[in-house]
Design a protein around this ligand. Sequence first.
Ligand code: T4K
Length: 411
Amino acid sequence: MKKNSINDIALFGGTPLFSEPLHVGRPNIGDRGRLLERMSDILDRRWLTNGGPYVEELENRIRILLGVKHCVAMCNATIALEIAIRALNLEGEVIIPSYTFIATAHALQWQEITPVFCDIDPATHNIDPTKIENLITPRTTGIMGVHVWGRACNIDALTTITKNNNLKLMFDAAHAFGCTHQGQMIGGFGDAEVFSFHATKFFNSFEGGAVTTDNDDLAKRIRGMRNFGFTGMDKVSHVGTNGKMSEISAAMGLTSLESMDEFIEANYKNYLSYSQHLSKIPGIRLIPFNPNERNNYQYVVMEIDRNAYGIDRDTLVKILHAENILARRYFYPGCHQMEPYRSYFPNAGLVLPETEKLTQKVLQLPTGTSVGEEEVNCISEFIQFINLNAKTVRGKYSQQKEDFRQNVPRS
Ligand code: T4K
């Protein structure tokens, strides 16, 4: 449905563009028949978890796909991060970007390790290596880069810094499954990398994740920690937790793996369509992907310059949500603005100017296999319509807020 006048905007009483919500993170579902076959097989076998054959198969296939020596599948990426952090003997302080999902910081804090927030490079949204050295103290034991949106962080610079300062280097690669850095699959960089296979990721195992590493000893410790610290029947050698992936998750993972190229193709098509449309709109910048690398195009991320576009990001989000376009503001307001970090480091924002700016202007749009050309065109045209009518929309929205404040019924 096309909007002809601003009264057609759902926030102002019009009919929403979509009758059903369009999500950022609607799960991709591969071959349903194949998944059901695998589920039935699991039930017949009565082997539901604890190192079952599907988990083993998934680990092997991922290991081969990524060209890495070890893949340890886990129940989710947050536990996988916690285990990798502990297995690497990180303690004291670890430097991470604040511009990330809260799990990155919590995985450290949960183990009483202080996350020290570093600013990002606004061009890449990734940790800015030039800002790291000032943050290193005698308590620093490691750096955790995050490959935000699947675009690899500056791995070379981070490797140099960690080598020069005798620190561990790990990566939160939650977004980066199937992506490359200088042609090499992400998974084998640093001491360890951690993936998320959560339902909202383009490749999912319902809940799930994995640690990948080329280090044999580390992989052994991680496997032990995933299973309560058991190193043999009735033998526990160190503290551990329960990070095991279930067989049903592995069945979904294997099925997703078989459709991975299809999922990426759908994301890529959506990305190209968004890109063609949105590049014409003033004040909108879609973040680019390096065409020389493999990308999963899992997130369509745009930055809004409120002056050039005419409407600020938060108002646009409200307008889009009313139309059933559930755009997201990842990672607003930044980890440093969330508890407990906000209380621990009330002035952190002063050293994170780029993070603070970015969290005010970034937005993710719906994509994935449940979104097609028609929806992308409709969303893009609507975003353009708002820009073309920005002044009137602003006026009407301010009036609506004022009426609401004074409790005046809407006309
Ligand atoms: N590190 C980074 C950098 C991460 O981004 C993440 C997770 C992690 C670590 C930790 O990974 P895991 O421990 O989760 O494996 C979502 C995801 O839950 C989270 O996994 C993800 N990052 C984060 C970026 O996004 P929320 O709080 O936004 O989820 P929620 O429930 O609002 O869902 C997002 C949208 O997807 C909604 O519009 C609903 C829709 N949806 C969701 C689910 C689960 C569906 O349509 N179907 C579904 O089954 O965090």
